[in-house]
Design a protein around this ligand. Structure first.
Ligand SMILES: Nc1ncnc2c1ncn2[C@@H]1O[C@H](COP(=O)(O)OP(=O)(O)OP(=O)(O)O)[C@@H](O)[C@H]1O
Ligand SMILES: [Mg+2]
Length: 421
């Protein structure tokens, strides 16, 4: 059965997705919905509500068009226009006044005689979030992706921070790489695995080798990221739903933008069943930013707080507060939120990677450093959290390897970070 869902109701596409034998199309504009109704294959049903801010006469016209085309019409009005529901009911339209997405989805299922499917495995999604810029989101995304790849896992990294795509320089993404912003412009009917596939960038330097997994990317290229191409939240959410159905990845990491009120991507990931990691440097401003984010989650996804984890970031030299000081603070204030580990500071490795001619992971510059070992521990903890079994063991760092590393001068990193590991 094919259902057109014309709604901006947060979480509704995801709630409807669990029905068996149902294809859901989520157009963002009414004219796109109408085009589907006048196309060669009329969808079986259309759900409309008043959350997309469409004028009432236009919405009413869509109802008539759908009925004439032979589609079943489901109408949910909670705003001031709900007085049209009586007329709609007399015209044979199924009507509802409800704002809770789970309740709306259940009603849709009931109306269309749908059943919940045996839950198909959706790819685990992990958003790296923060309410403040420069806190280490992109940095954490890079090292986690590399850590996961070394465990034999295939990772899709989605750069959702389109106005400041930090992953582009980090992974040396060329301007010729495809931009998913073009795919967003094509409309929701393309936001499925077949449509998304050509927009995935699979660079040579992070492809699968040595049994390792690959890191592939969804990049919102800077050259396409103009104001008129801005991604509206309902579109981002529908696109997200499409990404969750990709079955070639073990997990998806999303680098999110810091303007969490306008673009609450991490909140959506949490609400939609995913995991959120918050890089947490212990400085006063940074921990205030993390606190704002956690308060936001507590308000919008209180029952999902335990799917949010703090990734403590060792502070720069000279910062007097320690990770231990703030870990206790967060633990008391947000007891459901746990810690994923502590990422040591490794400015030398970071700088060597930055200055390297072409892409190289910090993990490969200092494979036996305390930094790399912490990355492996954090990656392992993350796999356990999201229920993924890595295909490869944690890369070992035996005494011989360490001794050689010591001779090469890697010990410097080990010593400066040992107290945090
Ligand atoms: N553990 C670390 N060791 C060395 N450098 C680090 C570490 N963590 C973060 N950095 C550095 O801090 C800087 C800011 O990090 P990053 O760009 O990841 O922040 P961000 O949260 O993505 O910022 P934005 O909001 O601007 O996208 C980067 O230059 C990064 O290399
Ligand atoms: Mg960034």
């Amino acid at each position: 059965m094919e259902l057109v869902l014309f709604s901006a109701l947060d979480g509704l596409p995801m709630a409807v997705e669990g029905f068996r034998d149902l294809d859901v199309i989520v157009p963002s504009r009414l004219d796109q919905a109408l085009r589907l109704l006048s196309g060669p294959r009329v969808p079986d049903a259309i759900y409309l509500d008043d959350t997309r801010g469409v004028a009432l006469p236009d919405l009413w016209r869509a109802v008539s068009t759908a009925q004439e085309a032979g589609a079943r019409v489901l109408l949910n009005m909670s705003g001031s226009a709900r007085n049209i529901l009586d007329d709609a009911r007399s015209a044979g339209v199924a009507v509802l006044t409800e704002r809770d997405p789970t309740a709306v989805a259940a009603w849709i299922g009931l109306q269309l005689g749908l059943h919940r499917g045996a839950t198909t495995r959706n790819t685990p999604i992990i958003a790296i979030g923060a309410a403040k810029g420069g806190i280490g989101k992109t940095f954490a995304t890079c090292v986690l992706a590399e850590g996961l790849r070394r465990r034999g896992l295939n990772v899709l990294v989605w750069d959702s921070d389109i106005s400041n795509p930090g992953l582009v320089p980090a992974f040396r993404v060329p301007s010729s790489a495809p931009s998913y912003l073009h795919l967003i412009q094509r409309g929701p009917s393309h936001w499925n695995p077949t449509g998304i596939q050509p927009f995935i960038y699979a660079p040579e330097h992070t492809r699968s080798a040595n049994n390792w997994g690959a890191i592939n990317f969804l990049i919102g290229s800077h050259t396409v990221a103009r104001a008129e191409n801005d991604v509206r939240l309902p579109d981002w959410q529908s696109f997200y739903q499409g990404v969750t159905t990709l079955d070639t990845y073990d997990l998806v990491l999303i680098d999110t933008p810091p303007d969490y009120l306008r673009r609450p991507y991490a909140t959506h990931v949490l609400q939609a069943g995913g995991t959120v990691i918050l890089p947490t440097p212990p400085g006063a401003r940074e921990r205030m930013g993390v606190g704002h984010m956690l308060d936001h989650f507590r308000e919008h996804a209180p029952e999902r707080l335990e799917h949010c984890a703090l990734l403590f970031m060792e502070p720069e030299r000279g910062v007097t507060v320690t990770v231990n000081d703030v870990a206790g603070l967060f633990g008391r204030r947000y007891p459901q939120v746990s810690a994923l580990g502590v990422l040591p500071r490794a400015p030398k490795l970071a700088s060597l990677a930055d200055e390297h001619d072409g892409y190289i992971s910090m993990i490969d510059i200092g494979p036996h450093s305390a930094f790399t070992q912490a990355v492996h521990r954090i990656t392992d903890a993350l796999c356990t959290r999201v229920g993924i079994t890595p295909r490869l063991p944690i890369p070992r760092s035996g005494p011989i390897a360490r001794a050689l590393a010591h001779m090469r001068g890697e010990r410097a990193y080990t010593l400066t970070t040992a107290s945090m590991a």
